[in-house]
Design a protein around this ligand. Structure first.
Ligand code: CMC
Length: 430
């Protein structure tokens, strides 16, 4: 039997803490009484050793390279399921029966349109605005349009808000894209599946017929599944922290989108593709690998490394397969960027620096090549990530709101600033 007691000696005094076990994964030391007991805080910048919450949604074993949604391996969900089924699973905890699935798909499908007045929001943005800037603004603005689903204390309103966001995110993302490229908005089509409808809204134009290629729609759907949730990453933690104050769900998701935008997080797929373009040819790879290893050079290999995965990111494997399927379907035989990516991966995986630091390709390494082949500009890559991650953010937000022990998130600090001093009048300051 495991010993569920942890002892901490602080400046000569011993303190006891409980060890809590999860269903799988590392146990945690419950230090919630530490401040009361010792008058001290813990210090963990970047939260590398801190579990911020209890969750039943997603599990990652970074050493093994395992990712489970509600216990189901990502490989099985990507091979046999579809995105809306994964959405149902993440939200409700179980795979749906046929009746439940049909009902869920119908409820999402009939929420895809957005309030017509929201269209005017888009024209307020400069034509060259980054689509992520448009996303942050317009998703936050949903709370100004759907007042009947902002009462977080009402379970019905919570679910309506959740479905609205899953349903409307593709419409908003496609509108951000259309605005960005200067084409008219295309309304959703409820006879198409989730991913197919999204491709239709992005790539159809009023002057000609657009037929969605089912192989590409399937690839898009799989990309959405792979990005649907990833436990307590930076954007999800942002959504939880924003939501812990009781903010409405649309505002919380807008906060998550803002966090995702950064190049160390969701912006990495855009950065990875830009990097592959900059490297340009297989001959230039050694120079870039040397730069990535140089401590005095801030350059990093984008699409490599992960806070949690210290093994091959399981999503990267599926993504690599999807990349080949998409390129095959589109008849792209030689993509110089794919050549660079494959060779770079080979070189890095055999390099002592990357082996020793356990730096493996992550999902963003291959997703950029696929998204570009599907026809998206790099500026849209993080938008697609946000679209897919919305369900994860919502499931995590709901779990937090429904947790009776939930309190406002409020980290502490190690203060190293000036100690108390008196105000100096301006004419006496130097
Ligand atoms: N290229 C070169 N060196 C790297 C890289 C990289 N991509 N990533 C980490 N390192 C080195 C880093 O310099 C450090 O070396 P040292 O110990 O000598 O100081 C060591 O590896 C550990 O890195 P870290 O920055 O302390 O690790 P972290 O867990 O804080 O960062 C990361 C994780 C993903 C931000 C980082 O690996 C990175 O910046 N990767 C490139 C950006 C990227 O691909 N991000 C996508 C993440 S997956 C999508 C998502 O979940 O959002």
């Amino acid at each position: 039997m495991a010993d569920n007691n942890a002892k901490l000696n602080v400046r000569g005094a011993a303190h006891d803490f409980d060890v809590l076990d999860g269903s799988i994964g590392p146990s945690v030391v419950n230090i919630s009484s530490l401040y009361k007991d010792t008058d001290m805080f813990t210090y963990d910048p970047g939260f590398t050793s801190t579990a911020s919450c209890e969750s039943k949604i997603t599990y990652i074993d970074g050493d093994e390279g395992t990712l489970l949604y509600r216990g189901y391996p990502i490989e099985q969900l990507a091979d046999h399921g579809d995105f809306l089924e994964s959405c149902y699973l993440l939200l409700y905890g179980e795979l749906p029966t046929k009746v439940q699935k049909d009902d869920f798909v119908s409820r999402v499908t009939y929420h895809t349109m957005i309030h017509e007045q929201m269209n005017r929001f888009f024209s307020g943005f400069r034509r060259d605005a980054h689509p992520m800037a448009i996303m942050v603004g317009t998703v936050g603005a949903l709370s100004a349009f759907y007042h009947d689903s902002t009462d977080i204390a009402d379970p019905h309103q919570r679910m309506v808000a959740s479905l609205r966001m899953i349903a409307k995110m593709p419409t908003i993302a496609a509108m951000a894209y259309k605005y960005h490229v200067g084409q008219p908005f295309v309304y959703p089509r409820n006879d198409l599946g989730y991913a197919a409808n999204f491709l239709h809204m992005c790539f159809a134009v009023p002057c000609e017929e657009y037929k969605v290629n089912p192989v590409l729609a399937r690839a898009m759907d799989r990309i959405f599944i792979l990005h649907a949730d990833h436990e307590q990453n930076a954007s999800t933690s942002t959504v939880r922290l924003a939501g812990s104050s009781g903010a409405n769900p649309f505002a919380c998701i807008a906060a998550g989108i803002a966090c995702l935008w950064g190049p160390a997080h969701g912006g990495a797929n855009e950065a990875a593709l830009n990097m592959l373009s900059e490297i340009g040819s297989v001959d230039n790879i050694p120079e870039y690998v040397e730069r990535a290893k140089d401590k005095d050079d801030p350059f990093r290999l984008m699409g490599f490394g992960h806070r949690v995965y210290k093994n091959y990111d399981p999503r990267a494997r599926i993504m690599q397969k999807t990349t080949h399927e998409v390129l095959g379907e589109l008849g792209i035989k030689d993509d110089p960027l794919l050549d660079v990516a494959i060779e770079l991966e080979k070189i890095a995986l055999n390099d002592e620096y990357f082996i020793e630091k356990k730096l493996y390709p992550n999902i963003d390494f291959y997703s950029g090549i696929t998204l570009r082949a599907l026809g998206f500009p790099t500026t849209m890559f993080t938008v697609l990530f946000a679209l897919a991650r919305t369900v994860g953010w919502i499931a995590q937000w709901k779990e937090m709101v429904e947790d009776p022990s939930q309190r406002i998130g409020r980290p502490r600090q190690l203060y190293t600033g000036a100690t108390k001093r008196d105000y100096t009048p301006i004419d006496q300051r130097r």
